[in-house]
Each structure stands twice: as C-alpha cells, then as structure tokens.
Design a protein around this ligand. Structure first.
Ligand SMILES: Nc1ncnc2c1ncn2[C@@H]1O[C@H](COP(=O)(O)OP(=O)(O)OP(=O)(O)O)[C@@H](O)[C@H]1O
Ligand SMILES: [Mg+2]
Length: 471
C-alpha cells in the first residue's frame, strides 16, 4: 500500500472562521479521500479533538478568540504528537519561523496551492504514523527516543551527550535524584560505537563493600569461603561496551584505589586470581553528591575524580525545565493508562497547571509517581485538578520550637490525666507525682478547668484542694 493510499481515510480537523473558505477546504480534502470535520473556532476545535481524535489539524492562524498558534499550544500539551498545519492569509516569514520553532509541522499562505496543501498533509501523516511506533534501529534520533523533552537546556545537553558518545571519553553525570542520569547513560551507550555490546549498570552505594570488589572485578573459585566457582566481574561482563558506575560518590575509599588502577591499566585482576585480564570498557559514572565537597573532605580521591570526569554533563532539575512537565506528564499518562487499563486522554487544564508549577524535589521520578497515582484513581478521561492536588500533597512535618513542643506535650499530658481521673485534681496530682499546688499552677498555665472533665458535667470544685488556688 502506498503512503498516499494509506493516508486516505485519515481524519482531519479543519479550523477556519471564514465559512466559504471552510467549505472550499472541506470539499477539496473530502475529494482527496479524507474524512473531514470542519469547525469555525479554536474552542470548538479543542472540543472536537477529544471526541474525534483526528490524525491531523489544519487551522487558520487568524481566528476570533484564541488564534491558531494558541490552539497549537493547547494541542501540544495534550496531544504532543498530533501534527498541525497552519494557514495564514498574511504569511510573514517571522510568523512562520516562530511557528515551526514551536513545533508546528508546516504552514501555507493563502491563497494556497491545492497540490502543495495535499502534499503537506500527506507528508505530515506519513511522519506522524511511524512516530507512534518507532522502527527499531531506524532514524538517527533513535538513540534518545526514550528521553521525552522539549526544553532548550535538555536539547543542548543531549547535543553534547551525543558528541561525547562518539568518543570513548569517560563521562561524569551529575544531577539531583530522579533527573534521568541512568536514562542519559543508556542513551549515550546507544549513540556510541559500542551500541551493540553490553550496557552494564552497578549501583556502588547499594552493594556492601565486601561484595563490591568481587562484583566489579570478579573472583576465582576458592578466593574466599563462598567462592564456589569462578565469577566474572561486571567489568568483564561489560567488555566492549559501557559500564555505568552509579552513585560513584558512595564508593568506599579502599575500592577507589583499586578502581583507579583498573582504569589506568585497562585490566582487571579477579580476587584470588594471579593474572590480569584486559578489558575494553567505556566508563560513565553518575552521582547526586557533590564530589568537590567529597574531595575536599577527603572522602573521594582526586586522581580518580580526574580519570572519571573527562567530560561532565549536568542534568538540570525538573524545576529548571518546566516546559518539559506537560510533555512528560502526558507521556507517562499514555503509558500508564495501558497499565491500568483505563481510557485517559489527558489532564484538565488546571490540573496540568498545578503539575507545571509544583516544586518537584524528586524530579522526573516523582512526576512519574504522581502520574501513576492519578492514573490509578482517575474515573474520568480528563484527570481533574483535585486528583493532582491530592497526589502532589507532600506530607508536611510541622516543625515546632522546643518550647512549643514542650508546651503541647504538657497540655496533652494534663488533659490525659484529668480525663483518667474524671477531673479529680488530687488523684491526677498523685499520678503525676506532683504536689497539688504545683499541679494547680500547671492547670492554670494551660487554662484547664478540672470541673469540665467531670463526667457528671458539674463545674464545682472536685476536692478540698480547689481552695488552695485562692489561698
Ligand atoms: N526525559 C525523560 N523522559 C522520559 N522519562 C524520563 C526522563 N527522565 C527521567 N525519566 C524517567 O524517570 C525515572 C528516573 O530516571 P533515572 O533513573 O534515569 O534518574 P536518576 O537521575 O538515575 O535517578 P536516581 O538519582 O534516583 O537514581 C525513570 O523511570 C526514567 O525512565
Ligand atoms: Mg539512578
């Protein structure tokens, strides 16, 4: 089937406030075999989008109310892969440049050339189809296909990553927890000449020191009590490929020395072994710690640092690239909708706004968790604000001063005693091992009236000592 035949029958949404223009466009496109829905405003286009799920939107730029570019921005948030073509009567170059920079598939000036219009639509549909199902090994951009982003900072970072991927230089990835360090490490491996060799990741902070050495460098049978067979270390397992040393900042000092030697000699000697084995491994290390501080404190070796850190790539926090939030949120939503077997089409605009403005201390990983929670709970196709707010609520620990905490404890304690003794001060004071005068002073301080704890409700003095207050 040719792509032109394939495109036939595709659903197009056409937006123009000029009814004559709209009729003409619809006729042409229907004549070319498309299914056309025609609307006269951006607002009705947005409604129609949710109902019809068109495969392409063709819109006039000048529209009453929201214009074509604003419509495009809305579409981008909820349907990031839906192609949009804009029509403009007064096509100026800056307009077009701006539109394409923002991701509009293309634009045409009115009066448009019918052939050109049909060609553009066919191209857009042909490109959009494989985007939904990326062909394995196809296209130059496949190396980073898992990384969802539209921010300039990430684009610059990815361009750098791609350049260093081509070399064998050691790369140090820095970034807060959940910013995508491991993901980027995998992408670098994929973009490198080592792509079809193994990618091996090890979390240096998660393996006990005693095991880490044999994990990394391997051991020979009998090297220690439990070494019942030869064991190939991760360096050897990654031979020809890439080894990610994750949380390198947590590597114990004794092993830092050994690692340095392996990197210098490009060879490992398994525990209990007498011979070194050559290994060809590209090292990527990652850390959320500040290694400069660790070095200053003598916890990280400087010579190792310079070996590992030929190139540093800094992953920006999610809060520093908020334009990625809607895109990531929708991406995760689509993925998770499948997992939870739900028909979810997106976030309500206020919900998306709440996501876009949240602080995100846990970065992309936290965003994923929030989206997972709302997916599990949502009962409508558009995730409402309330659910997002609920998922975003960080359990807050109200920090009190020592004096406040003591005050509160004292009060709760006294209330507890009075309840227990039915408002009997003598009994309560005895339980507290305080004399009654002292006990009364405490009650006064907290403005507690023992009478109100009496179960019969009478407010009178509970025992003789009540008079002590006045004496
Ligand atoms: N740009 C992105 N596009 C899509 N998914 C992403 C992106 N960045 C991160 N993720 C996802 O977020 C999660 C956290 O990413 P990753 O494990 O790479 O972060 P990390 O920096 O190694 O975190 P940690 O410090 O907690 O180990 C993963 O599930 C990853 O798939
Ligand atoms: Mg990680």
């Amino acid at each position: 089937m040719s792509s032109e035949q394939e495109a036939r029958g595709a659903r197009l949404l056409v937006v123009d406030d000029d009814p004559d223009m709209l009729r003409l466009l619809s006729m042409r496109l229907t004549g070319a075999g498309y299914q056309v829905t025609a609307v006269t405003s951006a607002e009705s286009a947005l409604t129609q989008l949710e109902i019809e799920h068109p495969q392409l939107v063709l819109s006039d730029v000048r529209l009453p109310g929201r214009d074509g570019l604003q419509l495009f921005d809305e579409i981008r948030q909820h349907h990031p892969t839906l192609p949009v073509i804009l029509l403009t009567a007064h096509g100026t170059i800056p307009d077009a440049v701006e539109a394409t920079a923002r991701g509009v598939f293309g634009y045409l000036t009115k009066p448009y050339d019918a052939r050109e219009l049909l060609d553009k639509i066919a191209q857009a549909l042909a490109l959009a189809a494989p985007a939904a199902r990326p062909a394995k090994g196809a296209g130059d951009e496949n190396w980073r296909s898992d990384i969802v982003s539209r921010s300039n900072r990430m684009a610059e970072l990815l361009a750098e990553a791609r350049m260093v991927a081509k070399s064998d230089a050691s790369v140090l990835l820095r970034g807060d927890s959940g910013t995508g360090k491991e993901m980027l490490a995998r992408a670098i491996h994929k973009a490198s000449a080592r792509a079809d060799k193994p990618f091996v990741a090890v979390n240096c902070g998660a393996i006990p020191e005693a095991l880490l050495e044999s994990e990394l460098f391997g051991h020979m049978k009998g090297a220690f009590t439990d070494a019942v067979a030869n064991h190939k270390g991760l360096f050897q397992q990654a031979d020809g490929g890439t080894l990610l040393l994750d949380e390198i900042g947590d590597m114990p000092p004794a092993l830092q020395v050994k690692l340095l030697r392996v990197l210098q000699e490009r060879a490992v000697r398994p525990l209990g072994g007498s011979q070194s084995i050559q290994v060809d491994v590209r090292i990527i290390s990652a850390t959320h710690r500040d290694l400069d501080v660790a070095m200053a404190e003598g916890q990280f070796r400087e010579d190792l640092y310079y070996r590992l850190n030929v190139v540093t790539l800094n992953l920006p926090s999610l809060a520093a690239r908020r334009e990625d939030i809607p895109l990531l949120a929708n991406h995760f939503l689509q993925r998770l909708a499948g997992k939870y077997n739900k028909r979810l089409s997106g976030f309500a605009p206020e919900a998306l706004k709440a996501l876009a403005t949240a602080p995100w201390p846990g970065n992309v990983r936290q965003l994923y968790n929030v989206v997972e929670q709302v997916c599990a709970l949502s009962t409508s196709p558009l995730v409402p604000l309330a659910l997002v707010q609920r998922a975003l609520r960080v359990p807050t620990v109200e920090v009190q001063t020592y004096a406040q905490a003591k005050q509160r404890f004292e009060r709760d304690y006294l209330v507890g005693l009075l309840k227990l003794t039915d408002g009997n001060v003598a009994d309560a004071a005895r339980l507290a091992d305080r004399n009654r005068t002292e006990f009364y002073r405490l009650l006064q301080k907290h403005e507690l009236t023992p009478g109100s704890f009496k179960s019969d409700g009478s407010q009178g003095p509970t025992d003789g000592v009540a008079d002590e207050r006045h004496s």
